[in-house]
Design a protein around this ligand. Structure first.
Ligand code: LMR
Length: 394
């Protein structure tokens, strides 16, 4: 039986992690996978997470099953964090999932279950796993233009032109903030135009929000999601706690299904529960409980928000340093976009050959599409990267 299996192409981001690990050069710089690292190159456990975990160890009395949709208290705090009261709680069905990827997967399955002929419009480019999961599920995928290779900003006219083809019942996948892999994001005026287009076409938005708090701030990063959720008849939201709580390996996420018709909530909730049961039964609980503890305890919440803000500002600072150094070395403003982008990533706009040269000649690792993880840099490595970029002719 096993001999019938086919080789699967390696996930480019995860393969790069391995290449980096195997590189013996002590000067190597990892700008690959989307994991936050501080100036010492460490991905710390956040203070509030440690405190909440200690409390859990001391006070938790059972590890018995919770429920197919996870702990309702987790859904409540996450809905509040992401949607901030933009839509009434009783119009939202929600289920905890193994990480943001789990939420994305369950959302696609829900779409397929409700409308097998729905096409899913995804930005070109998007997080590669969006594409592979859709292909794996046999769902039809349509790309819409998103990145302007010239300005390294959003090709908004191209995006709107392509989304004009959306038919009623099709799904439009949007990144809530901190677009992965480009770092280029919609402004509020553009979000409003997207909402108008969705209302006109009958397209159903699905928003993947994995980096809330990494862009312009916790509430600022959620403005687009809140606008969409409060404006359209139905939408799906896949939220991740991996990055903003730094609990990557705990696999903590939430899928939300919002419907203006509150009568649909029970039916939708039942389907979310069913999908969880079929795929993994009960969702992981530890990370969700830590998040709930933090968000319901005023002191822990304030400490978490403060630490997250430090993380956000440190990435913003690195963006500014890199853009300034590149301006100094190139004598031009053509890298100004790095300071404009938000979140963990920026797409440099370099060719795969140039990315390979950065790796071979300078031991600098970024994803083949020239996505770099800003958080992989520090004061010392910013000038090294800037010089390597210029030397490579990018
Ligand atoms: C990334 O884009 O690097 C992260 O979301 C990690 C992953 O699972 O790909």
């Amino acid at each position: 039986m096993f001999s019938n299996l086919k080789e699967h192409p390696a996930d480019k981001i995860l393969a790069l992690m391995q290449l980096y690990k195997d590189d013996p050069r002590p000067t190597k710089i990892d700008l690959g996978v989307g994991v936050y690292k501080n100036a010492e190159g460490v991905t710390p456990v956040m203070r509030a997470v440690k405190a909440a975990e200690r409390k859990l160890v001391d006070e938790q009395t059972t590890k018995a099953y919770v429920g197919l949709a996870g702990d309702p208290a987790f859904a409540d705090v996450m809905i509040d964090l992401v949607l901030g009261g933009a839509v009434p709680r009783d119009s939202i069905a929600a289920a905890a999932t193994p990480g943001g990827t789990g939420a994305v997967r369950q959302a696609f399955e829900l779409i397929r279950m409700a409308n097998p002929s729905a096409r899913v419009f995804v930005s070109n480019p998007t997080w590669p796993n969006h594409v592979t999961i859709l292909n794996y599920l046999g769902m039809e995928l349509v790309e819409y233009r998103y990145f302007d290779a010239e300005t390294r900003g959003v090709d908004f006219d191209g995006m709107m032109a392509d989304l004009a083809d959306v038919r009623a019942g099709d799904v439009v996948l949007l990144h809530g903030c901190c677009h992965n892999p480009t770092g280029a994001n919609l402004n509020l005026t553009e979000w409003k135009a997207v909402v108008d287009l969705l209302l006109k076409t009958g397209g159903i938005p699905m928003i993947d929000i994995a980096y809330q708090g990494f862009g312009d701030g916790l509430d600022e990063d959620a403005l687009g999601v809140r606008l969409v959720a409060s404006s359209v008849p139905e939408c799906l939201i896949a939220a991740s706690c991996s990055k903003n709580f730094g609990i990557y390996r705990e696999r903590t996420g939430l899928l939300m299904a919002v419907a203006q018709d509150k009568g649909l909530r029970g039916l939708t909730q039942g389907s979310l529960n069913f999908l969880n049961r079929q795929n993994f039964s009960f969702p992981p609980d530890h990370g969700a409980r830590v998040v709930t503890e933090i968000l319901t305890d005023a002191k822990l919440r304030a400490d978490w928000a403060a630490e997250l803000e430090e993380v956000r500002l440190s990435m913003l600072d690195l963006r500014k340093q890199l853009a300034a150094e590149l301006q100094r070395l190139s004598g031009s403003d053509r890298f100004g976009f790095i300071a404009q982008h938000r979140g963990m990533f920026s797409r440099l706009g370099a060719s795969p050959e140039m990315v390979a040269r950065l790796r071979a000649e300078h031991a600098i690792y970024m994803v083949g599409d020239s996505r770099l993880n800003i958080a992989g840099l520090n004061k010392t490595t910013v000038p090294i990267l800037a010089k390597a970029i210029i030397d490579t002719g990018i």
